[in-house]
Design a protein around this ligand. Structure first.
Ligand SMILES: O=C(O)CCC(=O)C(=O)O
Length: 208
């Protein structure tokens, strides 16, 4: 079910600004994984959402599933390391994240994966980002969510209770440590009226 994007009252007047990452809060998960959360890290998120809807060359992808080829239920655009980002706010966000996590991560965030969830029928299934180094090494994936909040779930790989984060309107969630190989994450479909959300994922080189 779809619903139009309703702006957040806390969203300011359209300029994109970032909170101080000194205020981010960490939750340790088991098996060496952790999640950092900064609700409302980015202000001006609704204006950024409108700009990205317009200027990103969104792609509808299809993928094989059993003996069929099915639509990927969301629109996508992946910005490789040296590809210009579609909005200066994304470059600023990546710089701020790279600076804050420099010592812990040991390298900058390089790529930006964008996903556009048009309504509650769009989703991503349980997975870890294990193409590349995330399969074997600790790393980080920083997700900035703009637009309407959606549930981002995390659960231990192999089973266990899931944790739910409602992320949208400029929230920042960073998965770190062993999270990509020992935990999985998903954005499930929902029947509730849900506005559109864009997820912006920053990753280091060789993590996908
Ligand atoms: O929507 C999100 O924030 C998660 C996206 C994701 O997990 C992915 O694209 O691999």
């Amino acid at each position: 079910m779809s619903a139009p994007l309703q702006g957040s009252l806390l969203d300011g007047f359209g300029d994109t600004e970032f909170g101080s990452l000194r205020d981010i809060r960490r939750t340790a998960l088991d098996r060496g994984a952790w999640v950092d959360l900064f609700p409302g890290w980015l202000s001006g998120a609704d204006a950024l959402f409108d700009r990205l809807v317009e200027c990103v060359p969104w792609k509808a992808e299809r993928r094989p599933m059993y003996d069929q080829v099915v639509d990927v239920p969301r629109l996508l655009k992946f910005y490789e390391e040296h590809e210009p980002l579609p909005d200066p706010a994304l470059a600023d966000a990546r710089t701020a994240l790279s600076e804050h996590y420099r010592h812990e991560l040991g390298e900058p965030f390089r790529t930006a994966g964008l996903c556009y969830y048009r309504d509650g029928r769009d989703s991503v299934a349980w997975h870890g980002d294990t193409f590349g180094r995330g399969a074997t090494h600790d790393t980080m994936v920083a997700i900035v969510s703009i637009g309407a909040p959606r549930a981002l779930l995390l659960r231990p790989r192999g089973g266990g209770a899931s944790m739910k984060y409602l992320v949208g309107h400029g929230d920042l969630l960073v998965m770190g440590g062993s999270c990509q190989r020992t935990w999985e994450h998903a954005v499930p479909k929902t029947r509730k009226p849900t506005g559109p959300r864009i997820s912006i994922q920053f990753r280091p080189r060789g993590v996908r």
